[in-house]
Design a protein around this ligand. Structure first.
Ligand code: SF4
Length: 422
């Protein structure tokens, strides 16, 4: 049998160096001997690992043109932004602004609103004026709403060429109005509303058809000298979606708005979006993202933010690092992690708290966090920035962690947020 390694902590080169062996001391040798009678391996008592700041990103961003969406830049060296879309009736101005406020609080950067009727178009000016976020009007079927949105002061307009009759004939007018008002556009291609002229191609090469459609529309704008637009080529299948964005990124430098469309309910949609975005972001592709879920749009934003944080493309916020538990656990890790998460749910300072179930790698992992606990033998070793500060009984672990987390947060330097590297 090979060494008994911790299934929850096989990732960090720092802890691999710091901990001489990943063999579980409780099983490879006698427990008392391994724990030195205190519940912890003595060899770990002096190990100090500085929590990682300014971590690297997974890839160098592909160079794209920068466009403006109100106060938010998209593309170029601008941070990758998170978008969502309201689910309220746009004509209901108060309800829409209230949802925009919720999305803002969740970390959204740009918000899109649907404009299916004249009543919705009429509400745009008030929404654009009062929204904390740049507002993008989502237009299908009727080109006149494109002009209404631009004149209403929307930061951007999303047009779906496959769904707007006579759109191609109005390109010059739209480009002129957008230029005069400083409005950014998005050419939003969706598999479900692809230009019918590309149906034959789509049957054989769906990703190619999405790209061809996008480039056709881009060319129409280029021909009138307008290039202030982003492009999306969304598909519900993450594989086709990734292929389409890859191919598009090879042939143009327009900023790309990533999305897996109709991704499904929260669980499935989160996985589809995370895998597809992860594949593309790992190649430096993507300038703004929208997670599409059949769920509260606040959830979409939270997922989008976490995807970017996971790749260090957005400053990490408060984070719980907890092990998955296993047969070696000496405490109820799930309950401990849940209680600590609940107790610190309002934490706004980007500290990392580690909750580890036993002494195999618990101390090593906890030392990489700002604050952590390594549990064992009915006790918890509380570790702050690499130093063991105290050992408390198991029933005091949660309260101690919360108290220490709040103390660390109060002393946290303003400039302490990890820097986003792009
Ligand atoms: S209880 Fe947690 S820390 Fe301990 S070996 Fe299992 S997964 Fe790793």
């Amino acid at each position: 049998m090979g060494p008994r390694t911790c299934p929850g902590t096989v990732r960090s080169p720092v802890s691999i160096r710091a901990v001489p062996s990943r063999t579980c001391p409780a099983t490879a040798v006698g427990r008392d001997e391994a724990l030195g009678g205190s519940g912890y391996p003595e060899s770990m008592a002096d190990i100090s690992v500085t929590p990682v700041r300014n971590p690297p990103t997974v890839a160098t961003r592909r160079k794209t043109r920068k466009i403006h969406c109100g106060k938010v830049d998209v593309g170029g060296d601008a941070p990758i932004s998170v978008q969502s879309m309201t689910t309220t009736l746009t004509a209901n101005i108060n309800a829409t602004l209230q949802q925009i406020a919720q999305l803002t609080a969740a970390g959204c950067d740009i918000v899109r609103v649907a404009v299916p009727s004249q009543d919705d178009a009429d509400a745009l000016a008030a929404i654009a004026a009062k929204s904390q976020l740049p507002v993008v009007a989502d237009i299908h079927f009727n080109p006149k709403y494109v002009f209404a949105a631009i004149e209403a002061g929307c930061a951007g307009v999303r047009v779906n060429p496959g769904n707007i009759k006579a759109f191609d004939d109005r390109i010059a007018d739209i480009a002129k109005a957008a230029t005069e008002h400083g409005t950014g556009l998005r050419i939003g291609i969706n598999a479900g509303s692809l230009d019918k002229r590309l149906a034959g191609m789509y049957a054989k090469d769906p990703a190619g058809a999405l790209v061809a459609s996008a480039l056709n529309e881009a060319k129409l704008f280029e021909d009138v000298g307008f290039r202030d637009f982003a492009i999306s080529v969304k598909h519900h299948d993450p594989v086709i979606m990734v292929q389409a964005y890859r191919r598009l990124s090879e042939v143009c430098d327009y900023p790309l708005h990533l999305g897996v469309t109709e991704a499904g309910p929260a669980f499935q949609g989160t996985i589809k979006s995370a895998t597809a975005f992860g594949a593309l972001l790992a190649e430096g592709i993507g300038d703004t993202i929208r997670v599409s879920l059949s769920a509260d749009p606040v959830q979409e934003v939270k997922v989008g933010v976490k995807i970017l944080e996971a790749f260090n493309l957005r400053p990490r916020q408060f984070e719980i690092v907890s092990c998955p538990s296993c047969g070696r656990a000496q405490v109820d890790v799930y309950s401990l992690a849940e209680q600590v998460t609940e107790g610190l749910k309002d934490m706004t300072v980007p500290i990392r708290v580690a909750v580890m179930g036993c002494v195999v790698n618990g101390p090593g992992e906890a030392r990489e966090a700002d604050l952590g606990v390594a549990s064992g033998n009915g006790k918890g070793q509380i570790i702050v920035k690499g130093k063991v500060i105290k050992t408390v009984p198991e029933d005091e672990i949660v309260a101690t962690l919360i108290e220490e987390a709040n103390r660390i947060a109060a002393d946290f330097p303003d400039e302490g947020s990890p820097q986003v590297l792009v």
